[in-house]
Design a binder for this molecule. Structure first.
Ligand code: FES
Length: 601
């Protein structure tokens, strides 16, 4: 066993010499990025071994670092194994936290009408003259005071009922869900609901006051499954390899949720045992991984979900720490790559009920787009890839402190703005989008995306690179032709998805009355830049609306409103799915959508 110390995070522990530094980091809770799942491709797990011996550099290491860098201990953590005690420096760009997550979304008012309803009861204690069993006594009080018909009592509640009622002097707060008593505690208990949007990259968690429907606390966190691959296909592959892998990935998610819920409850002085209902939304693959459903079919033609319908199950069945009798509701999935999070987004933005033509886009590693053309709704899913998350970009990073998020090219050198305002560390998706749009408009690249000769373009090892930020004493932050191509592929996928929907509806871009851009990334992009590179249709800016995390809002609505749950089911039924791969002249269309800013024919 080797002692391994990660700096500057200050985590240390022992790992076997058969354990890669990436795996070791995971075991020690160091949030080291492992976008490709540890196969040496993404080059995002860069570390520097500052003391001790490690395995020889692999081919992947040699591809990622210059000779001199290798000599200084720079390595890919996933390719490196300790050979004795080591100290490892993890640079900020290789850490997945802290980072900007997105929990703010639309404020949609809805009259609370939850499935789990709270009642106060005052029961007559049993006596020799009235030796009524406690369950009957409780139902008698619920019928007498609230007109409820007798139902069932969750077994976990039964197991504490007699003791608790006596502690409370037979006065209690009771939560009933569809005829089942799911929680009993003191009168005036503040019962809470839990709404969660589990994204491929980020998770938004909300505690909701069940009485008022208001958010009591919220937090954003990273999806810990990222260490098994940034893209969902890597994760499907990993989970599909063994039941053990699938169990591990599910446990990671559940632990992360329990941890977040515990800290949010502490923040508002609440008890997780008072969480009586939960609504979770996710894309289809994450939904399946969370429920430990088979995922292999999601990666195979025709990419169908194992479960498409809405799900209801006890929170304890998957290890969520809530009230023992609490239920979890998961909204329905539409297709293999259009999941419950898309349904939640449509629910929150009211797309199905809008007049005219509305386009709703949730941009992410996978981008889902819905077009409602006068009541006819269709959705597509586009593999936009992880470029927006900074992956596959040489200086790419997530939207964390130090990431370049906006770029302007007015004068001699680019003006950059970083998250947090400090020195630049790398570039995140919105910065990349801006930079490429500015490069296009400034004549640094042409409409095909090719980098041209320009005062800000230099050659290194014969390869052109655009200097984005000079960093004396450190490597300059640059963009290469490959980086531009990665962004171009992402924008093309989205543009093609929009185009497919528009053509299918028999309309033109200019017929679109409103474009709703949802999701964390979509919140921070510059719409003009997205139009400039041809990712979004060229429409007046007034038609675009950036709404933040709408999927999280949809989950909250379904949590507090039975009507909204029904509406979500109707949306999933109504929404037709358009499979891009079935478009006959797909390749020609892809080629036509590729140029930067050019109209798609
Ligand atoms: S290269 Fe190490 S995780 Fe991708």
């Amino acid at each position: 066993m080797a002692k391994v110390e990660f700096m500057p995070v200050g985590r240390r522990g022992t790992c076997s010499e058969e354990t890669s530094l990436l795996e070791c980091a995971r075991l020690l809770d160091v949030d080291l990025v492992g976008l490709c799942g540890g196969i040496g491709v993404c080059r995002r797990c860069r570390v520097q071994v500052v003391a001790g011996a490690v395995s020889e550099p692999t081919e992947e290491d040699q591809g990622a670092f210059a000779e001199g860098e290798l000599g200084q201990g720079h390595r890919l953590a996933c390719m490196t194994y300790p050979r004795g005690d080591v100290r490892v420096h993890v640079p900020p760009e290789s850490l997945s936290a802290p980072q900007r997550t997105q929990v703010e979304g639309l404020e949609v008012q809805v009259q609370p009408d939850p499935l789990a309803r709270a009642f106060e009861v005052r029961m007559t204690p049993p006596s020799l003259g009235r030796p009524v069993p406690d369950d009957r006594n409780l139902w008698d009080a619920l019928r007498r005071d609230h007109g409820l018909a007798m139902g069932t009592i969750d077994l976990a509640v039964q197991q504490v009922l007699s003791t608790r009622l006596r502690e409370l002097g037979f006065e209690a707060g009771v939560v009933v869900r569809e005829g089942e008593v799911i929680a009993v505690d003191a009168p005036a208990t503040r019962w809470i609901g839990l709404a969660v949007d589990i994204g491929t990259t980020k998770i938004a968690v909300y505690l909701v006051d069940m009485q008022s429907g208001a958010i009591a606390a919220s937090a954003g966190l990273m999806n810990p499954q990222i260490s098994y691959g940034e893209d969902i296909v890597s994760r499907i592959h990993h989970a599909g390899e063994s039941a053990e892998n699938a169990a591990k990935m599910q446990a990671l998610l559940v632990d992360a949720l329990n941890g977040s819920v515990a800290s949010l409850c502490a923040e508002i002085g609440a008890d997780p045992a008072h969480i009586v209902d939960a609504v979770l939304v996710a894309n289809t693959a994450v939904h399946h991984l969370f429920l430990r459903l088979p995922v292999r079919q999601l990666g195979l033609v025709p990419y169908v979900p194992g479960i498409g319908g809405a799900e209801d199950f006890k929170a304890r069945e998957i290890g969520l720490k809530t009230a023992p009798g609490a239920w979890v509701h998961m909204l329905p999935n539409i297709a293999g790559y259009v999941g419950a999070d898309h349904v939640a987004m449509l629910l929150a933005t009211g797309v199905s009920g809008r007049e005219g033509v509305t386009l709703a886009i949730d941009i992410g590693t996978n981008t889902e787009i819905c077009l409602n053309c006068s009541g006819r709704m269709k959705s597509v899913s586009c593999a936009s890839g992880p470029a927006f998350e900074g992956a596959q970009i040489r200086f790419g990073m997530r939207a964390a402190a130090g990431a370049i998020e906006h770029v302007r090219l007015d004068g001699e050198r680019p003006e950059i703005q970083t998250i947090g305002g400090g020195s630049p560390v790398g570039i995140c998706g919105s910065g990349l989008l801006d930079a490429v749009a500015q490069m296009l408009q400034g004549g640094v690249i042409d409409a095909t995306g090719r980098m041209l000769d320009h005062p800000l373009v230099r050659r290194r090892d014969g390869v052109r690179e655009f200097i984005l930020a000079e960093r004396p004493g450190q490597e300059d932050i640059t963009l290469s032709q490959k980086d531009i191509r990665a962004l171009q592929a992402a924008k093309t996928a989205i543009r093609l998805g929009i185009q497919a929907l528009v053509e299918d509806a028999g309309i033109k871009d200019e017929d679109i009355d409103r474009v709703i851009i949802a999701g964390a990334f979509g919140t921070f992009i510059d719409v003009e830049s997205a139009i400039a590179i041809g990712m979004l249709p060229e429409l007046p800016l007034g038609r675009f609306e950036q709404v933040g995390n709408a999927a999280g809002t949809g989950a909250r609505l379904a949590l507090v409103s039975r009507e909204k749950r029904r509406e979500a089911l109707a949306i999933a039924e109504l929404d037709g799915y358009l499979e891009l791969a079935r478009i006959p002249d797909f390749n020609e269309k892809f080629a036509a959508a590729t140029p930067m800013g050019a109209p798609v024919s």
